[in-house]
Design a protein around this ligand. Sequence first.
Ligand SMILES: [Mn+2]
Length: 426
Amino acid sequence: MKIQKEQITDFNKNGLQNHSENFDFLAHKLNKQGYDVSDIVSKLADFQVAIPSWALGAGGTRFGRFSFYGEPSDLEQKLDDIGVLHSLTQTAGAVSLHIPWDIPSDYKAIKEKADALHIKFDAVNSNTFQDQQNAKESYKFGSLSNTSKAIRDQAIQHNLDVIKIGDKLGSKALTVWLADGSSFPGQNNFQTAFQNTQDSLIDIYKGLPDDWKLLVEYKPYEPNFYSTVIQDWGASLMLANGCGDKAYTLVDLGHHLPNSNIEQIVAILQLKGKLGGFHFNDSKYGDDDLTVGSIKPYALFLIFNELVYGIENNPQNPDLAWMIDASHNIKDPLEDLIQSLEAIQEAYAKALLVDQDLLKAAQNDNDVVKCQEILQNAYRTDVRPLIEKARLDAGGVISPINAYRVLDVRGQLIKERGKHTVATGL
Ligand SMILES: [Mn+2]
């Protein structure tokens, strides 16, 4: 299924008048306050978020999985789905592949398809959290941290293979997330597990092409429930520093204990030039992988406020790899992703409205009330006309969710693929 330009133009006809009125009203107001509206709109249009190749099908929980009809059954179809998202939103111009779930069978064909859909290959993800068919060694008790050298070597080799696959597609980063840890006290020696992980990561790092990054993701618990080898940003940063300049910390919003101050974590990592990647989702309790912005939109805004500050003020920090890392258990995955993309753009737009000079002055005056007013004035602004404008300028639709439903995308996909397809890797 491919969305045609005429479909987009047709769809936009109905809402154009309304959009223009709303945009003009907001732009006039913001211009009067000294904002450069066209600069904000062009920053929004430039902001692209990678869609992970495992997010196009229905996810599940350990209690079950409920199929969603018309799911993509191979990588080609997954790219088609991202193409649909990108045509409508103009903000999903990248894919993040999971290996081995999505190894291309024909690299040239896959690259051509992605090019035609204007999709880039972002970070590639390795998988040593489950055993692969015919694998010699098992990761039941850990991979890069394992006490067995043979198991560590197999896990290192897998990561080196993933780099080779990504390199053929134009990826520039490897993301490593480990399930390694222990479920019971005494099961692991913390120091040995950490040292083994560091040594293994150094071996992987040695295989990294010069223009690549190694992104080290952390998570406090799950699937191990007593300890995780890379449990927090401190552990990740130590491991990244132990590897070298091309290794960075990756922050996943759901990988924190409740009430962690994530905005402070991203601020300090940027100051140190060590924030490499970012995974979006939302959560109420743990790594719930819910739609971005569905539970704590204000927290997301505060995080974006720090990210925007860092992008402006920390040239020592590289461009970030942005990715949605969510699971879709009861919603249509494509609708869920559209909602996430919208929430990301909204938080970003609001953060761009924070007057950093005014905030700095209020901070220097210790005017606590004014500091809060500055942040919340930005947060309370309805920025949706700015996002619509950015999408329209780039060739997308005014309202992606409405367009998705009016064009009956899911109905078309079911017609093309049938009801009972299951996406790989789930
Ligand atoms: Mn993640």
